[in-house]
Design a protein around this ligand. Sequence first.
Ligand code: SAM
Length: 285
Amino acid sequence: MELSNRNDIKNFLEKQGFVFKKKLGQNFLIDGTVAPRMADFSADENTGVIEIGPGAGVLTRELSSRAKKVVAIEIDENLRDILSKTLEGCRNTEVVFGDILKTNLHTLISDKLSDCERITVCANLPYYITSPVIMKLLRENLPIESITVMVQKEAADRICAEVGSRNAGAVTAAINYFAEAKPLFFVPKESFLPAPKVNSEVINLKIRQNPPITVADKDFFFKTVNACFHLRRKTAVNSISSALNTDKEKIVAIFKKIGIPETARGETFNMETLAKLSDELLPLI
Ligand code: SAM
């Protein structure tokens, strides 16, 4: 059976009594060129790969043939028998059933991947949890080198935008603190079964050794970033004042001090401006 052949996989899953669950973001890859390209970016014989959401195992098999070890985390227990069939013979691969958002990845890495020279993450992410998953991977200070994930095209554009440009959002700056994001390749919606409503893109996040800016309080920096984008159509002063429940006059004074126009919007701020703003706002909160 060809796992990325539409009819093969459809018949196989039907025979196994599998029903796709929209709420779990189950859109399986049926374009045979995508998984090998993703795997090429993530795995070699020295790499331990964490995959999120193996589904029927199409990407898992490609990772398995290139990596030293693969640990795949899948929430849907109904895929247990299916995966034991499709991953037959993949001796370096283990599937762990559970919710990625509740998984202790430090323990998983030290228990299962400590003999690997480098660790990466590769996934066709369930779209309903794209940002929480990426932020979990970045914020937990894990010993991972890079993250290669398929996300909705719109999310990819946002994540990979330049901080300070029109397309940027809170997630752009938050991710930029931890990693360099770049788009790899476009994947049309017809490449999935069932086809979702939107197109996708594979992106790569290369984890930084050190953040690009220094701030007094890292957690408050992320609060400041969110505050700047809290009311997207309003000026940053209004947005911050509403999000942090602070007097507008005090925020205007800080803007003057660091030389930001009072009418500026959050998306125009680069990382340095966001860092300065965070440090100046901190004593107010
Ligand atoms: N990797 C497969 C592929 O490319 O065909 C499936 C990708 S599908 C977009 C997303 C997968 O993530 C599904 O198998 C789904 O059950 C799984 N999933 C959804 N929520 C999850 C969670 N919280 N933790 C782990 N896996 C999850």
